[in-house]
Design a protein. Structure first.
Length: 362
């Protein structure tokens, strides 16, 4: 399916900046109310992409956020549980050109209130520290081991040979924060780089464009080259979207943003769609097959006969999966010289026999 373009789209969308401004207006005013936490999430993500890519803003593009910015202190005071969303939006608005200096005061207030101390997740603590550092504040001055813990998680490559989307998304965000979204070298060790390649292989086999786009961005931020096969496939996926009138509550907006963010950073354009007026929905035609699911079922069904040796397993696997899954496996194997190491973990042979069975009570 190709992107639907309305014939009455105003001429003002002739430039990328104008199309991005139209998207900002859609997210700010056309999908949800500002009291909805998903409004915060959507707008924080859109603004973050624009700020981290150094987008040129069209005149008046941020005007849809003026009332929100004017009242942000009251929102922060009443909704401190959403302080990361609120601060992210505030800082990005200022750094994109909105007049004001509220971000500095808010970071000081957040540190004084100890809001980051309430975070249970190291990833959330890292985001809080990264946000506050943009105005020269450390909300967690006593936590000297945070980066080391994040790097330790990223270096456990075996984690990323098995389907675990939550872990994979956390890996990409670790790289985002350590690299300041590509502004500094995150100095990833070999194990963390291998983790990104393993996670990307899974995402590619799963036809998960959202996750694969984030992984390719993380690879770029780490100074690595993403496999050409992955990037070609991602650029093809943008043509599977349609921008239509709809309620927008259950749609593919995040995948759309990630793909366009990737294309922008890869020098492939990005944000090329004209944006219709109204309550926009991002609809995608998804692949009908799932090669990763086929591969998992194939390996699991082999039981004790399965092997961690991809060379020994290739023919057996090819005989049991569909032609499309075979093609995806061939492409995945060709895209990296680490496929055999990935499969060794994916097969989970080393775990066999390690889990005690529950027999009769002694």
């Amino acid at each position: 399916m190709t992107t639907i373009v309305q014939l009455d789209v105003p001429f003002r969308q002739h430039s990328k900046a104008a199309r991005q401004a139209a998207l900002l207006k859609t997210f700010a005013q056309g999908r949800r109310t500002q009291e909805d936490v998903f409004w915060l999430k959507e707008n924080a993500e859109m603004l973050n992409i624009l700020e981290s890519t150094g987008a040129d803003m069209a005149p008046g593009a941020l005007s849809a956020y003026q009332s929100f910015y004017d009242e942000i202190e009251q929102r922060m005071e009443f909704f401190p549980q959403y302080y990361r969303f609120l601060l992210s939006i505030c800082l990005d608005l200022e750094d994109l050109g909105m007049q004001g200096g509220k971000g500095a005061a808010l970071t000081e207030w957040i540190a004084h209130q100890g809001l980051a101390d309430a975070e249970l997740s190291d990833l959330q603590r890292a985001e809080a520290r990264r946000l506050c550092a943009r105005r020269g504040v450390d909300p967690l001055p006593g936590d000297t081991g945070l980066d080391a813990r994040l790097r330790g998680f990223a270096a456990r490559s075996h984690t990323f040979t098995m389907p675990n989307k939550k872990a994979a998304y956390e890996l990409t965000h670790i790289v985002f924060y350590l690299s300041e979204y590509g502004r500094t070298d995150p100095h990833l060790d070999d194990a963390a780089q291998r983790s990104l390649m393993f996670a990307g292989t899974l995402a590619f086999l799963d036809f998960n464009a959202d996750l694969l786009a984030e992984i390719c961005l993380a690879l770029r931020f780490a100074g690595m080259e993403a496999p050409e096969v992955w990037e070609i496939w991602l650029t093809q996926q943008i043509r599977t979207f349609a921008l239509e009138d709809g309620d927008g509550f259950q749609d593919d907006y995040h995948e759309y943003l990630m793909l366009n963010w990737f294309m922008t950073r890869a020098g492939q354009g990005g944000f090329g769609d004209h944006v219709p007026e109204g309550r926009l929905t991002f609809a995608r035609t998804r692949p009908r097959s799932a090669p990763l699911r086929e591969l998992s079922q194939c390996i699991y069904s082999m039981g004790h006969a399965r092997s961690a040796d991809w060379e020994a397993m290739r023919g057996e696997v090819a005989a049991q999966v569909s032609d499309e899954a075979q093609a995806a496996l061939i492409a995945a194997e060709a895209s990296t010289d680490q496929f055999a190491a990935f499969f060794e973990g994916f097969a989970r042979v080393g775990l066999r026999g390690g889990v005690p069975s529950m027999g009769a009570a002694q």
